[in-house]
Design a protein around this ligand. Structure first.
Ligand code: SAM
Length: 428
C-alpha cells in the first residue's frame, strides 16, 4: 500500500519540434491520449494557445492531472504528471516524449502527500460518494480548447472544438480553419481571427454597401485581399457592377474557404469576377490610372504580407488608379486595438485624399479584439458617403438581399465618431 497520496513526475522535454510545441490541437490530443494510454479516466481538458506562440493546458483525470506549458522558441515543454492510485504515469511520459519528438529530457519523480505526515479527518463518505457519482460520466469529458488573438495588453479568446479542419503553412502565413462553439467555423491567419460563419456579415456588408450606395453609377471594382470571398459576394449583389477584379496574395486562403466556408466563398465562379492570385501592392504599382470606381482593401493586420497595405506609397497608387469620382475603402483596424495603425492610416489618407476626404466608419465585429472595428475611406472627387440619398432603394435592396447588418440608418450612423476617435485622428 503506497504511503504517499500522489506521485508527481516533473518532466523537462527539450529539443522538441517547435511547430508541435505551438500546436494547441495536437498538444491537447497528445496529452489526452497520454492519460488514456496509462488507463486514466479523463474528466476535462482545458488548453490555451497564446499568440504569438506558446501553449498551456491541463487534462483533469480521475487520478489527478497532467499539465503542460510550452516555449516553442526553445523547443521546450515543462510537463507535470501528477497521479494517484495504481496508474503508471511513465506510460504517459513515453507517449509524450515520442509525440513531441523530444531529443533530450530530464524527469524527477516525487512522492506527494506522505500519509505519515498527514492527519485524516473523518466525515460522512456516503454523501460524498453519492455526489461524486452524479458528476462522474466516463463516456463524456468536456474539452476547453481556446484560440486566443491578442496583443500585449488585451485578448479575445474563442473556445473551439480542438479539431483543426484545415492547416497549411503557406509562403505568406499559416492558414487554418477551426470550428468554434459560438461562431461556427472560422478562418485564422497566423494567430489572428479573420472571419467566422456567425459574424462575417457584420464586416462584409459594411465594407461594401455604404460605398456602393454612395456610387450608384459604379461599374468597375477592385478588391485587394478578401481571400475568404465575403467582400466579393456582397459587391456582386449590386447588379450595376460589371466587373470585379480581386487580387489575393495567398491561394491557400481561397482554397480553405472554398472547402470549409462555402457560404462566404460563394461567388468565386461568378462571371463578373476576375480572381487573381498575386500581391496587391505590386498590382497597384502597375494599375492604369483612372480605372476603378471603387477600390476595397480587405487586407489582414499590418504584419507579414499585409504590412505594405498600410503604406503611403500603396494608397498613393490607389488614388491614381481611382476614377475622378471614386472611393477607396480600407480595413482600418480599431481605435482600441492597433490604435497606432488606425491613427496613422487615417492621417495617411487625409494627406493623400484631403483633410475632409478621409471619413471613418465604425462598426462591431464580436470576434475581433475589442469588437470595435473600422473601415477608413478615401474620397476622390465630389462624392459624399455619410448621407443617404436613396432611402427607399436601400430599403428594397436590404429586404431583397436579406441583409442582416447594413440598412439606411446604419449607413449614416456608422460615420458618426465618438470624441476620443476624433481627437485620435485630429478631426473636428
Ligand atoms: N477581415 C479580415 C481582417 O479584418 O483582418 C481580412 C480578411 S481577408 C481574409 C485578408 C486577406 O488579405 C488574406 O487572405 C491575406 O492573404 C490577404 N492579403 C494580405 N496581404 C496581401 C497583399 N499584399 N496582397 C493581396 N492580398 C493580401
Amino acid at each position: 500500500m503506497s504511503t504517499a497520496l500522489g506521485n508527481h513526475i516533473l518532466v523537462e522535454f527539450m529539443n522538441c519540434e517547435p511547430s508541435i510545441m505551438n500546436d494547441v490541437s495536437a498538444i491537447e490530443r497528445d496529452m489526452v491520449a497520454a492519460a488514456q494510454k496509462a488507463g486514466a479516466t479523463v474528466i476535462n481538458s482545458t488548453f490555451h494557445h497564446f499568440s504569438p506562440y506558446g501553449v498551456s493546458g491541463v487534462v483533469v483525470i480521475q487520478e489527478s492531472h497532467l499539465a503542460i506549458h510550452t516555449w516553442p522558441e526553445y523547443g521546450y515543454a515543462a510537463v507535470d504528471l501528477f497521479t494517484c492510485g495504481e496508474m503508471n504515469a511513465w506510460i504517459s511520459f513515453d507517449h509524450l516524449k515520442e509525440c513531441f519528438g523530444a531529443k533530450s529530457y530530464s524527469a524527477l519523480e516525487l512522492k506527494r502527500g506522505s500519509v505519515n505526515l498527514l492527519q485524516r479527518n473523518d466525515f460522512d463518505i456516503t454523501s460524498m460518494r453519492q455526489k461524486a457519482a452524479e458528476w462522474r460520466n466516463p463516456d463524456f469529458y468536456t474539452r476547453n480548447v481556446w484560440f486566443t488573438d491578442k496583443d500585449d495588453e488585451q485578448a479575445l479568446s474563442l473556445r473551439f472544438t480542438g479539431e483543426v479542419l484545415f492547416d497549411v503553412q503557406s509562403p505568406f502565413q499559416r492558414v487554418r480553419i477551426l470550428e468554434s462553439y459560438k461562431y461556427g467555423k472560422m478562418l485564422a491567419l497566423d494567430d489572428m481571427v479573420m472571419t467566422t460563419e456567425k459574424d462575417e456579415f457584420h464586416y462584409h456588408e459594411m465594407i461594401s454597401h455604404p460605398a456602393l450606395f454612395s456610387l450608384p453609377s459604379a461599374k468597375n471594382v477592385l478588391i485587394i485581399g478578401g481571400g475568404d470571398g465575403g467582400t466579393a459576394r456582397e459587391v456582386l449583389r449590386h447588379k450595376n457592377i460589371e466587373q470585379v477584379t480581386m487580387v489575393e496574395i495567398d491561394g491557400e486562403v481561397i482554397e480553405a474557404c472554398k472547402i470549409h466556408l462555402p457560404k462566404i466563398a460563394a461567388e468565386f465562379d461568378n462571371p463578373r469576377l476576375d480572381l487573381i492570385v498575386g500581391d496587391g501592392i505590386e498590382f497597384l504599382k502597375k494599375a492604369s490610372p483612372n480605372s476603378y470606381d471603387l477600390i476595397i482593401v480587405d487586407g489582414s493586420d499590418p504584419v507579414g504580407p499585409a504590412e505594405g497595405l498600410f503604406s503611403v506609397e500603396f494608397y498613393t497608387n490607389c488614388y491614381k488608379a481611382l476614377k475622378s469620382n471614386g472611393i477607396l475603402v480600407a480595413q482600418g483596424e480599431s481605435p482600441k486595438f492597433n490604435e497606432k495603425a488606425f491613427t496613422e492610416l487615417n492621417l495617411t489618407l487625409q494627406t493623400i485624399f484631403g483633410l475632409d476626404k478621409a471619413p471613418i466608419s465604425l462598426f462591431f465585429v464580436p470576434t475581433y479584439p475589442t469588437g470595435m472595428w473600422s473601415f477608413q475611406y478615401g474620397i476622390k472627387g465630389n462624392i459624399t458617403v455619410n448621407e443617404v440619398k436613396n432611402k427607399s432603394e436601400i430599403q428594397d435592396f436590404v429586404a431583397k438581399e436579406k441583409l442582416r447588418y447594413y440598412n439606411e440608418a446604419i449607413h449614416t450612423n456608422t460615420f458618426a465618431l465618438p470624441n476620443f476617435v476624433k481627437e485620435l485622428v485630429r478631426k473636428k
